[in-house]
Every structure is written in C-alpha cells, then in structure tokens.
Ligand binder design. Sequence first.
Ligand SMILES: C[S@@+](CC[C@H](N)C(=O)[O-])C[C@H]1O[C@@H](n2cnc3c(N)ncnc32)[C@H](O)[C@@H]1O
Length: 237
Amino acid sequence: MDGGRRPEQTKSNQGNSLLNETPQDSEPYARAYEVQRRAYRVWVHLYDAIYSWFLYFAHRETGRVASQLGTRLLEVGVGTGLMLRYYAPSTEVVGIDLSEEMLQRAKEKQARLPHVKSLQQMDACRLSFADDSFDVAVAPFTISVVPDPLSALDEMARVVRPGGTILIASRFGDESGFVAMLEALARPLFTAIGWGSLIRRSVIENWVNSRDDLELDEVRSLPPLKIFTLIRITRKG
Ligand SMILES: C[S@@+](CC[C@H](N)C(=O)[O-])C[C@H]1O[C@@H](n2cnc3c(N)ncnc32)[C@H](O)[C@@H]1O
C-alpha cells in the first residue's frame, strides 16, 4: 500500500466515521495487516541480532531527544523493545505494537527497565488511549511499515497533549529520480517482507501542512551515514 494515499473508498468504508467503521476495516487493509503480522512472526527471530547494531546510533539519539521533550512517552510500533533502554529512567514509557511475537520480546526486556510502564498489543491506526494522554509520541522505524501511515499520524497527534511532540525516525524513500524508480519497483518485495512502502518525507510534510494544529520543528539526519531521518513535530498549545 502506497504510503501517502488514503485507501480507495470501498462499500465498507463509504462515508464512514472514524468512530465506528474505519478504513482499516476494509479488505485491502485486512490483507496488509495479515502480511505485517506474518512478516514480523519471522523477523522476531532475527530482529535484535541485525538491528541492535544497525539502528544503534539512531535509536540512542531518538531516545535521548524524546526523553528531553517530556515524561509521558508513547512508542508506536515498539517491536522487540530495542529502543526502550535509551529512554531516560525519569520517563514513563508505554509501548504498543501489532505483533504479539515482537511484543513478547519487548516484555522480556521490560523487567530490567522500570521506566517502561506497559506494553500493549494495539494498532497504531486505532489507538485506544484518550486524547492528550502523552507528552511525546515516538514512531521509530514504524511509520513506513504501517498500512495507513496517515491514520497512524492522526492518532499520534490526537493522543499527544497540546504543546506535546510527535517524533518520527525513519528511512524515507527518494522523492524522484533513479533511486525512487528502483524503490517503486522494489515496493512489492519490501511490503512482503514487512518493510512497508518506504514512505516519502513529503508525505509527512504535506500532512503537517494540512493541519492547523501542527508545526514542523525539525528535520535532521541520524547516523550512521545520514541514511535515517528524525522529524520533530509540535502540536500547538
Ligand atoms: C521495523 S519494526 C520497528 C520496531 C522498533 N520501533 C524499533 O525501532 O526497533 C516495525 C514495527 O512496527 C510494527 N507494526 C506494523 N504495523 C503496525 C500497526 N499497524 N500498529 C502497530 N504496530 C505495527 C511491527 O509489528 C514492528 O514491530
């Protein structure tokens, strides 16, 4: 599913309200969710071995920045909990993830991390938290993986308090040119293995611009080799 596009209206979501039947109830989403669940059932066995070093600097920096921005933190797509140790001990962290298997690994780490208050199975596009519940909502390497990134972003904006922050760390797809073309060709493979659609940065920027209550505060590269980007968005107070 392409990162920036809302799904086509289907019979099941025509004129729906986000409060009852949502686009995520539609057939294409159901399939996308199943692909994700299956992919991470496999990734769970390899994830920490590969990503603990590959994402080390990006995780450490994202955790440091998030910890400076508030106490009540939500990590969306917490996965195996690789980033949890980089939040300051003074924070109170809640993590959610779609994959039961990934969450199980995070729960094994939780015992050593008293600042991690709860880890719950939940869809990023349908958070069950009340409005304004968190100071910071962090999505590390999750936003291009969820089947409907715009809904996940809307949900993060909803659960962050006015004056709070949305932090997104990701590898973004190229906007145009040869690499963008290769990425478009590789998209079905990326989707099948759980890497999602390689959302473009402009999708996030357009989303921020479409809302009066948000402000784009910072976009900067993360190590190593500047292949990852950190985006900081403030919900206006
Ligand atoms: C690449 S992993 C990132 C994990 C962790 N944030 C990290 O940086 O190591 C992406 C995670 O997003 C989760 N995910 C995918 N779709 C999701 C959804 N709709 N709601 C919540 N989590 C989702 C996957 O299960 C997976 O654990």
